[in-house]
Design a protein around this ligand. Structure first.
Ligand SMILES: [Fe+2]
Length: 291
């Protein structure tokens, strides 16, 4: 397994076939993911079955709200594509725009997302990642302190309403997506990282008494977080398997010429823990535990 770190966050992985990894190989990949937070494994050749089997090793797979884009016979795979077959889109052509963390609107949001590219456009359609922990650590100590106790409302229904091209939600979809509240500063459960857990105002709302103030503060934090110094841009190749930790990274899709090029990507989301708030750096237990 050759691991080549990116400049800011993440790493490229070559020399493995994730469909035939043994336990030691998977453990090494999992360690690399914890260390680098984002991995691009090149030159994979997967079936829906081997893709799902690989993802399941990280934990239970959460099914996406939009069941119309589940792969036929394999609901664990959510299809992102502009391809139309027999008059029917095989996937969601406009998925993932705007900075976000996956399935943030669930009480147990995604820990790890895995994307697998079957077809990609020769230009455009990059995925951008922002290291929300690196961005958080770059704030002043006073600023970090002031953010630690804040919570954020995450609403799938607001998100859906902001995307008028989607068909109306079914009663079952509505029932599955009550609003949830998560800490603004989210702590990784396994490593010493905490970062801003945020998204666009369209569906993610910092909770402050004054809404205008909340929106302005959220927009300032987002603008800070997605600066180039905290960002990595993944340029896709067919056969790329890209996986990342959603606890302290945010990401966004970017545009491509949908009329001209085909794009076909599979996605699966591994369910994570209920988000943990920031460490209380002043507590005795924390000091003892981390000394
Ligand atoms: Fe996403």
């Amino acid at each position: 397994m050759q691991i080549t770190p990116n400049e800011v966050v993440g790493a490229n992985v070559d020399g493995i076939d994730v469909a035939t990894l043994d336990d030691a190989g998977f453990a090494a990949l999992e360690r690399a993911l914890l260390q680098h937070q984002l991995l691009a494994v090149h030159d994979q050749c997967l079936t829906p079955e081997s893709f799902i089997a690989f993802v399941r090793q990280f934990g239970p797979i959460d099914l996406h709200v939009l069941d119309q884009y589940w792969m036929d016979g394999h609901p664990e795979v959510y299809v992102i594509s502009n391809i139309v077959e027999n008059g029917r889109p095989i996937g969601n052509a406009r998925e993932g725009f705007g900075w976000h963390s996956d399935l943030n609107y669930f009480s147990n949001p995604t820990a790890v997302t895995v994307l697998y590219a079957l077809e990609v456009p020769p230009e455009g359609g990059d995925t951008m990642f922002a290291d929300a922990a690196l961005a958080y650590s770059a704030l002043t100590a006073e600023h970090r302190e002031s953010l630690r106790k804040l919570t954020v409302r995450h609403s799938y229904q607001l998100l859906h309403a902001s995307r008028p091209w989607l068909k109306l939600m079914t009663p079952a979809q509505v029932a599955r997506t009550p609003d949830v509240f998560h800490p603004l500063v989210r702590r990784h459960p396994a490593i010493d990282r905490e970062g801003l857990y945020l998204g666009d105002w369209a569906s993610v709302r910092l909770q402050l008494p004054d809404e205008a103030e909340a929106r302005a503060a959220q927009e300032r934090l987002l603008a800070h977080m997605v600066q180039p110094e905290f960002r990595h841009v993944h340029r896709w190749r067919a056969g790329d398997l890209v996986l990342w930790d959603n606890r302290t990274l945010m990401h966004t899709a970017t545009e491509y010429d949908r009329e001209r090029y085909r794009r076909h990507i599979w996605r699966s989301s591994v369910r994570g823990e209920v988000p943990l708030g920031a460490f209380d750096r002043s507590s005795a237990i924390d000091v003892a535990g981390r000394a």
